[in-house]
Ligand binder design. Structure first.
Ligand code: SAH
Ligand code: SF4
Length: 365
């Protein structure tokens, strides 16, 4: 059994059966989530007999590292893990605000694009929630590979721990986590929320909900459930088109939940939580990057507390659409903003190692 799959109460129950005192649970929890130990022999405050028992009964890593790739500028690392059943998953670390990334040593930045976290050092993890994805968005490499299986809460948490352990060696910590890797988080709702709760645990990793973001393709019942649960976690919704015909052409899920229903669910979310919703928009040349597309979108988003994150399309093997041209992206942004909808054009990251949004799949180049 994977140790990261356990809640505190479950470990308490097991230790109870083993006749171990309850304070040992706390020691294990601190070792795992505060000292970031990755194997039982690091728990030097536990008796050797208990360390041996832990190592017999639990696994501390749910995957093997098959390979990793660093982008040429070293700001992005993509790791390919293999799960025990052979399924591959990927997780990405993005470094922001390092010296080479700072205003004092600027690389030319096209007008209108922002450098995320400029001046502030950040370590953002992009984590997978499923092996593959069932939603079939045509422009997404994960969608192109199809659905393999849900990840357990422990397999989700373990991706975070892998990078947290690596960062710790350089005295660095994880600053943000986005569930934007492989898979649709709301298609694996319970396990994703269990992972969120475990990462949040004030006696464990203590990762603030506000620094977590869940991105969904727009599963309406789950958006409402998420709103009702009043979590502090940020919500992003992948829209990409503002009319049903256009959205249906690139996102099969629109058959089940159309644009109207998705936007209504987002209104419900904002009403319930008073939190802003982010809409994701992959700018595809000639498809959804026109001023007209921006106007249609602005019309749909009127009176909704929101923000649009536009990202020029990243290339994938199975889709021949092209990234929007800078100039068109800029017009798209300005059109939205004239209509009162804030919009950011995100800089593309890790494209040379296929680690950009929608590029995660079981192959590496
Ligand atoms: N399944 C979730 C989260 C994972 S995808 C979702 O769809 O929201 C993370 C983000 O990458 C989504 O906004 C998705 O639409 C976007 N994306 C997928 N393929 C892309 C591509 N080729 N270029 C740019 N963004 C892409
Ligand atoms: Fe799945 Fe998100 Fe990719 Fe769509 S964009 S196929 S929902 S991972």
């Amino acid at each position: 059994m994977l140790i990261y799959d356990l809640e505190t109460a479950a470990l308490e129950k097991i230790f109870n059966e083993w006749n171990e005192p309850t304070y040992r649970v706390k020691q294990v929890w601190q070792g795992l989530y505060q000292h970031l130990y990755s194997s039982p022999d690091q728990f030097s405050n536990l008796p050797i007999s208990l360390r041996e028992k832990l190592s017999q009964e639990f696994t501390f890593t749910p995957f093997t590292v098959k390979t990793y790739l660093d982008s040429a500028d070293k700001s992005t690392r993509k790791t390919l893990f293999q799960l025990p059943d052979g399924n591959p998953i990927e997780a990405v670390l993005m470094r922001y605000g390092d010296p080479a990334d700072s205003p004092s040593a600027p690389s030319p930045l096209p007008e209108g694009e922002v450098r995320m976290g400029e001046g502030k050092k950040r370590r953002t993890l992009c984590i997978s929630t499923q092996a593959g994805c069932a939603m079939g968005c045509v422009f997404c490499a994960t969608g192109q590979m199809g659905f393999k299986r849900n990840l357990t809460s422990g397999e989700i948490v373990a991706q975070v721990m892998y990078y947290a352990q690596m960062l710790k060696e350089r005295n660095e910590t994880v600053s943000n986590i986005v569930f934007m890797g492989m898979g649709e988080p709301f298609h694996n709702y319970d396990n994703v929320m269990a992972a969120v709760d475990r990462l949040n645990d004030p006696n464990g990793f203590k990762f603030g909900a506000r620094r977590l973001t869940i991105s969904t393709v727009g599963l309406v019942p789950q958006i409402k459930r998420f709103a009702d649960e009043q979590r502090q976690v940020n919500l992003a919704v992948s829209l990409h088109a503002a009319t049903d015909a256009e959205r249906l052409a690139i996102m099969p899920v629109n058959k089940k939940y159309d644009v109207n229903e998705v936007i209504e669910a987002c209104k419900y979310y904002v009403g319930k939580t008073r939190r802003r919703v982010t809409f994701e928009w992959a700018l595809i040349h000639g498809v959804n990057d026109t001023a007209e597309a921006a106007k249609k979108l602005a019309e749909r988003l009127k009176d909704l507390m929101c923000h649009v994150n536009a990202i020029p399309l990243n290339p994938t093997r199975g889709y021949h659409g092209e990234a929007a041209k800078r100039q068109h992206a800029q017009i798209f942004k300005e059109t939205l903003e004239r209509e009162g909808i804030p919009c950011t054009i995100r800089m593309r990251r890790g494209i040379d190692i296929n680690a950009g949004c929608g590029q995660l799949a079981a192959y590496t180049n």
